[in-house]
Design a protein around this ligand. Structure first.
Ligand code: FE2
Length: 367
């Protein structure tokens, strides 16, 4: 049972599985501090490679005595079973994403602000909708500055952008972004010029009495999945080419590179990043652009097809929340003199949202 680099352990059903000595020693339950729950064992400090001198299985545990100082590891067989086949650790937040199309508006998950504040179970349902659909509507938000930050903090820390902690989408006198004008805003994801573009976007509608200004939302995932089937070679270009983005004004000069289509660790499509108003002058080799530009334009045009375009009017008191790496959004032009239009926005991160979901699911290694 003891080998040179590892050992064979009998698990359930009479099968045996191989485990590497470094892995067994590094992940000994005694390696983790019960208070911080972090690993406190330092495998780099070991003078020689871990070597078992004896190993037995009894009462659901593997017991290994190690050479050297004679440390003993008691490892539950259940833990070993989870890692026997080298499969990725199960993640409750890894829900199947459901693509949606132009007719999605009546089915958009709606959650009343008061219900979210009152009961965490409602927050869990909301995050579940965010993970599967990428978009949800919060209703009944108070018309206060605090309401937006209070709502966002239910799923993660509010994270600033180079516009600050919050941003106000209304007609600005000296605009630094197309959103801050009354012009039409092409379909885009926000701030790809940031190294780590914001993950989740909140837009609290405080007033919307203007003519025009309808919201346009597209599930980039739905478009990218169809694109993958129709144009596999173009798809490969869009998942592998770094596109430069910028946002430059008097006091900032943001630059970053992003890929148009994002894949997750399983190879599934998890998002898109696109913004013509922040796309920098492409500095790719001109010959590569012979292939890239047609693919890029084909995707951009497909994204604008009616079958994908969810068009609706955001009403005062509503807050639309969406995955900024998946949902592409835009706005029809409006008449600035026909009334008031004011959205107050902020961002949180996707990783924190998934963390919130795992906590509310009650699943984890330390439960
Ligand atoms: Fe935007």
């Amino acid at each position: 049972m003891l080998g040179e680099n590892g050992l064979e352990v009998p698990l359930k059903n009479g099968e045996t599985a191989y485990f590497n000595y470094y892995w067994l020693r590094d992940n000994c339950p005694a390696s983790f501090d019960p208070e911080t729950r972090e690993r406190v064992f330092d495998i780099f400090a070991e003078e020689s490679r871990p070597q078992a001198v004896s190993a037995t299985v009894s009462n659901g545990y593997l017991e290994v005595t190690w050479a050297g100082a004679g440390h003993v590891t008691h490892m539950p067989l259940e833990t070993l079973s989870n890692y026997a086949e080298g499969r990725k650790r199960a993640d409750p937040a890894n829900l199947v994403r459901k693509p949606w199309y132009a007719d999605h508006y009546p089915a958009v998950g709606r959650f009343a602000h008061a219900d979210l504040v009152a009961d965490k179970a409602n927050v869990k349902s909301w995050v579940e909708t965010m993970l599967t659909d990428g978009v949800a509507l919060i209703t009944g938000l108070p018309d206060t500055d605090a309401a937006l930050l209070e709502t966002a903090s239910l799923i993660g820390h509010v994270r600033p952008s180079y516009f600050g902690l919050v941003f106000e989408v209304k007609t600005h006198i000296k605009p630094t972004n197309l959103a801050f004008t009354s012009k039409a805003l092409e379909l885009h994801t926000d701030l790809p010029s940031e190294d780590f573009a914001p993950g989740v976007q909140f837009l609290h509608c405080r007033a919307n009495s203007v003519e025009g200004g309808d919201s346009l939302f597209v599930d980039g995932l739905a478009v990218a999945e169809d694109f993958r089937k129709l144009y596999p070679e173009d798809f490969d270009l869009l998942v592998s080419t770094d596109v430069p983005y910028y946002c430059e004004h008097d006091t900032f000069d943001m630059r970053a590179r992003q890929r148009v289509i994002e894949l997750d660790e399983y190879g599934n499509i998890s998002g898109v990043t696109i913004s013509q108003h922040q796309a920098d002058i492409f500095d790719l080799p001109q010959r590569e652009l012979d292939r890239f530009y047609p693919a890029f334009c084909r995707f951009g045009r497909m994204m604008q097809e009616e079958k994908y375009l969810m068009r609706f009017r955001l009403n005062a008191g509503e807050c639309i929340v969406f995955d900024n790496h998946r949902i592409v959004h835009g706005r029809a032009a409006y008449s600035a003199t026909s009334g008031d239009r004011h959205l107050r926005g902020c961002y949180t991160d996707r990783g924190e949202m998934r963390s919130t979901y795992r906590i509310l699911s009650g699943e984890g290694r330390f439960k």
